[in-house]
Ligand binder design. Structure first.
Ligand SMILES: [Zn+2]
Ligand SMILES: [Zn+2]
Length: 395
């Protein structure tokens, strides 16, 4: 009988192996059936990878690309920031100030559109330091992460002026960390964590994948790419390999109305078909392979698995948003997050205290021109407060 994936959106992860046991002789940690965000401490030698966004185009059920990696040493890394991924991050009860280490694979808008959103919401939700955004240089200076960060500042100019003086400017700051993506290279090394970038073929020069190494564990996030020998080389002995897998072209024709030639150009020549992903997975034999970037809807997962099984027989998960994977030396456990959509963003008063509190300087504020301010319908208590602000130098 053919191997079946569960139907999507039934609360089950779309995986062939909810648990991959690496060391049968070890005492295995027992995980609850679902991950209640913020409820589980990590072991020192443990990585928790949560899918913030897994699809394209964004739909309510799937944001665009983004993965969060939380490490046993307390570090948090965010790989790609596609539309909808910030929304997912906000439900995971991770303090905002921890979302400062971003690694971008390439600058398709479905991988970066939420960078300005992280930038915007960061300070008002307790981030009092810059976002560090790592990414490749491109064919010319306009196409790298340095230019992108400049452009986000430009994009946010009106926005920033309204916030000036009332929010703490330390949180309205980004630093670009640009590297030349012509070969495999270490782009981050700190606190026991090493991140290596490697070039991948995806449309034009300037797309990369990343390999994170920590406590003898490793995760590769290959970003968007055609199947490549470089990825195979960089994904050897990896515990979790996150690699794109597109739906078969017919799905795009049926669901999105693309022409057959469009569908094949996209799904076969810019991206990775299930049959092609099978080649990468079978040449790397990861602890578990995870496909992302496919449209997940009732009926779509099974053809992907069937395509994969033409050349790969190992453990596989098709990522949907809020798939969560715990990686340890003993086992790899794949579950879903128990999402509580109305949860507030988690705060961290201790961090704010460590940073010396939040600064407000009304003298820096830009107000309305008086002819427009004069049209505001007064409320006594608020007028009194505005008077106080004026005394503090607000214009
Ligand atoms: Zn792309
Ligand atoms: Zn993409």
């Amino acid at each position: 009988m053919a191997e079946l994936l569960p139907e999507p959106y039934t609360g089950e992860p779309l995986t062939t192996h909810p648990v991959v046991v690496r060391d049968p002789s070890a005492q295995l940690k027992d995980y609850p059936g679902k991950y209640a965000a913020g409820s589980e401490d990590l072991d020192t030698a443990e990585i928790r990878v949560t899918a913030l966004g897994t699809g394209y185009p964004a739909r309510r059920a799937q944001g665009c690309a983004g993965f969060m990696m939380e490490l046993g040493n307390g570090d948090v890394f965010i790989f790609d920031a596609g539309a909808g991924t910030n929304l997912a991050f906000n439900t995971l009860r991770v303090p905002y100030w921890k979302a400062t280490k971003f690694f971008i694979t390439h600058y398709h808008l479905d991988h970066i559109a939420d960078l300005p959103v992280y930038y915007d919401f960061g300070q008002s939700n307790g981030r009092l330091e810059p976002m560090h955004i790592h990414g490749p240089a491109g064919e010319d200076p306009d196409l790298g992460i340095e230019a992108l960060v400049d452009n986000i500042y430009r994009f946010a100019r009106w926005h920033d002026r309204t916030k000036l003086g009332n929010l703490d400017s330390r949180g309205f700051d980004m630093e670009a960390h640009q590297f030349v993506p012509d070969e495999q290279k270490v782009v981050y090394s700190d606190n026991g964590v090493t991140i290596t970038a490697f070039p991948v073929p995806h449309g034009i020069y300037g797309a990369v994948g990343y390999r994170l190494e920590y406590a003898g564990l490793s995760v590769v996030y290959a970003g968007d790419c055609e199947p490549s020998t470089i990825t195979v080389e960089n994904a050897q002995n990896v515990d979790l390999l996150i690699h794109e897998v597109f739906n078969p072209p017919a799905t795009y024709v049926e669901a999105l109305g693309w022409t057959e030639i469009q569908a094949k150009i996209v799904a076969w020549t810019k991206h990775t078909s299930p049959e092609a992903a099978a080649k990468v997975f079978s040449q790397t034999r990861p602890g578990i392979a995870m496909g992302f970037h496919a449209m997940v809807a009732p009926g779509t997962p099974q053809p992907i698995l069937d395509g994969l099984r033409t050349g790969y027989d190992g453990p596989f998960t098709l990522a949907q948003d809020f798939t969560v994977v715990n990686v340890t030396r003993e086992q790899i456990v794949t579950r879903m997050v128990e999402v509580v959509p109305w949860d507030f963003i988690v705060t961290d008063p201790e961090y704010v205290k460590r940073m010396g509190g939040v600064n407000t300087d009304p003298s820096l504020m830009h107000g309305l021109p008086s002819w427009l301010e004069d049209t505001v319908i007064p409320v006594a208590e608020i007028e009194e407060f505005k008077q106080q602000l004026a005394e503090m130098g607000a214009k």
